[in-house]
Design a protein around this ligand. Structure first.
Ligand code: MG
Length: 393
């Protein structure tokens, strides 16, 4: 299949160069290159995505997760999740046919009634068959995240177009890494992770990005989003709203959709300015450590006073919020524990193995990360006990 597609692509590229101009209207088309963008918007000189065979469709993996919000499940009732993208709340003229939501050409875009922002989105689409038209005229639609960022829907099976307008391009911004499309008529399985750009005034604080898989093949790899996308125009950097409707484009072709669901993702906040659990700014990391320390301290306070478990709880607290006073306290408790172990008769000492080992590992950990001295007396004593009984084996 791959070989045939390649031959057909070469033929098309050779035969229709004059048609390219027709498909874009004129040779000089989208915004011109600038200091940080070497290509025009919709530039035919941008390389075509390479062909990669799609993975087989996996119905199990395409199923909505238990926490997903289902937007279209093939039923007539599911069309109630959508409306015409027009003023007021007009019902859509797109139709449910054979379990798919099909564009009625000329009726306009549709949008979800639900508004959502950062998300994981699953959506499947099929281009009309037999294919009609070429370049942007064949099986065109679009998935508009927050109604603002278009992930292109286009029948690019043996149908070249400008690279930044390819199926699974971030339209006008970034071509897909690969063309992993199935033939028209077959469903394409699309998985998207979307993070909107967040600004504080004019200052970008969280870059936006989008990751897309087409039929199991990675086609957008955390592609940076400066703002919304548009036709012929360079993205204008700027914020996107916290939430917006998902829109599907009517580009005059009866493209079909099915199995549409999303999972909202937790918002990125100032406290985790490089991702949910990625490296943070020094200030954000310190603030989060304080929160963790408060939880650990509260937990330790609820344990029986002066108990072994409370000693370990306070040792744990040292990891997040070390103070000299806390160290003194933990050290005293450690030595008291050592004394209590020494007082256990030889025939009963085996019963102390787990507690001694736990205490030793805790103190050794604190020493390893220089939160206590390497020659800390409790650590030295615990180590001696562990070695004497070969509990380190
Ligand atoms: Mg489109």
């Amino acid at each position: 299949m791959q070989g045939l597609r390649k031959i057909a692509l070469v033929l098309l590229l050779g035969a229709t160069s004059s048609a390219f101009a027709a498909s874009t209207g004129q040779p000089f088309y989208g915004d011109a290159p600038d200091a940080t963008h070497p290509w025009c918007v919709h530039d035919w000189n941008r390389p075509q995505p390479k062909l990669v065979d799609p993975l087989p469709y996996d119905a199990e993996k395409a199923k909505p997760t238990p926490d997903a919000v289902v937007l279209f499940d093939g039923t007539d009732a599911a069309v109630d999740n959508w409306e015409a993208d027009k003023p007021g709340n007009q019902p859509t003229k797109w139709i449910v046919k054979d379990g798919s939501l099909q564009c009625t050409p000329g009726s306009g875009y549709i949008r979800t009634k639900a508004a959502f922002g950062d998300c994981q989105l699953h959506i499947e689409w099929a281009a009309p068959t037999p294919p009609v038209g070429q370049s942007q005229g064949r099986g065109n639609s679009g998935i508009f995240l927050e109604g603002a960022v278009e992930i292109q829907v286009l029948d690019n099976y043996n149908n070249p177009t400008y690279a930044d307008g390819f199926a699974c391009s971030v339209y006008g911004v970034c071509p897909p890494l690969a063309n992993a499309l199935r033939p028209p008529g077959e469903y394409q399985s699309i998985d998207i992770t979307f993070r909107r750009p967040v600004y504080e005034g004019k200052q970008l604080i969280h870059p936006g990005f989008v990751t897309v898989y087409c039929n199991g093949v990675l086609v957008q790899d955390k592609t940076q989003l400066e703002g919304g996308t548009g036709h012929m125009g360079r993205t204008r950097p700027g914020p996107l709203p916290e939430k917006g409707a998902l829109k599907l484009q009517d580009h005059g072709n009866p493209v079909r959709y099915r199995n549409i669901w999303y999972r909202p993702l937790p918002a990125r906040t100032d406290a985790d300015d490089a991702g949910i659990h990625g490296p943070m700014s020094v200030e954000a990391a310190a603030a989060t450590r304080k929160e963790i320390a408060a939880l650990v301290r509260e937990r330790a306070a609820k344990l029986p006073d002066q108990s072994f478990e409370q000693m370990l709880g306070l040792a744990e607290l040292m990891v997040y919020e070390r103070t000299d006073a806390l160290y003194t306290d933990v050290e005293q408790r450690g030595m008291a524990f050592v004394e209590s172990v020494k007082a256990v008769p030889a025939d009963k000492i085996a019963g102390q193995k787990d507690r001694v080992r736990s205490a030793f590992f805790a103190f050794a950990y604190l020493a390893k990360f220089k939160l206590i001295d390497a020659a800390d007396p409790a650590l030295v004593e615990l180590q001696a006990i562990v070695k004497a009984h070969a509990w380190d084996k």
